[in-house]
Design a protein around this ligand. Structure first.
Ligand SMILES: [Zn+2]
Length: 231
């Protein structure tokens, strides 16, 4: 009986127009998760070819990063915020895959970032993955690898301590806390390699800095960074 009652709602869902993750307009046939208008107007940074761009500056004097950049500029209440919200809080993996595809097309046209040996998403703590159902950065990486296949070591980098208390701590404590939060179970996975770290948003860079430290503690590892958006 319950199945019968639920059926009309499910059926109606099939005929509801899919909506653009950036502007909520109904999508046309052939459009993926973003409408043509949003795709054309995405606020791309165009920073990838610039040594010393604002993302690289975040790591100056902290950790050595081979190259770093961000695909889009994050604007409050703008389409990028809506896209990331759909990906992180509304279970929309498809928009993350499309974002990843666009990111790969944008980044790998830039010689500064090649060649990359392994691609690694910034890990979430397992409790967070259970809660959300997936790691949004992992979804972005799946999209990137769909257009630019790269080695993706499963569980190559793990997050072992919660970092939710970060905001209440001073800079040194925050560094120490994040530093302890990432762990490479098998150093041979990355030794002698150029690793591309991928995250959804970069703000202060503290989380990425923790990942870079964990990777470089292995020795003989080069790290580059690419994020979907820069806040
Ligand atoms: Zn749109």
């Amino acid at each position: 009986m319950r199945t019968l009652m639920a059926w009309p709602t499910g059926l109606a869902g099939l005929f509801l127009p899919r909506r653009c993750a950036g502007c909520d307009r109904p999508l046309m046939i052939g459009e993926d998760s973003l409408c043509l208008h949003c795709l054309t107007d995405l606020p791309r940074t165009h920073w990838h070819a610039d040594p010393g761009n604002p993302i690289e500056q975040l790591f100056w004097g902290k950790v050595e990063v081979r190259a770093a950049s961000s695909f889009l500029r994050f604007q409050r209440h703008g389409p990028v915020q809506k896209i990331l919200h759909r990906l992180k809080y509304q279970g929309d993996r498809a928009v993350g895959v499309q974002l990843g595809r666009l990111m790969a097309e944008d980044l790998f046209a830039c010689p500064r970032f090649g060649p990359v040996d392994s691609i690694v998403p910034v890990p979430l703590h397992t409790s967070k993955v259970r809660q959300r159902g997936y790691n949004q950065s992992q979804v972005i990486v799946e999209g990137m690898c769909a257009v630019h296949p790269l080695e993706r070591p499963a569980d190559g980098l793990l997050r072992v301590v919660r970092t939710s208390t970060q905001t209440r701590k001073g800079r040194w404590d925050r560094w120490a806390n994040v530093h302890e939060a990432f762990h490479v179970p098998d150093p041979s996975t990355f030794r002698g390699r150029h690793v591309l770290l991928v995250d959804d948003v970069v703000t202060t860079g503290a989380t990425l800095e923790g990942c870079v430290r964990a990777l470089q503690a292995i020795g003989d590892v080069q790290v580059s960074i690419f994020t979907a958006a820069s806040a």
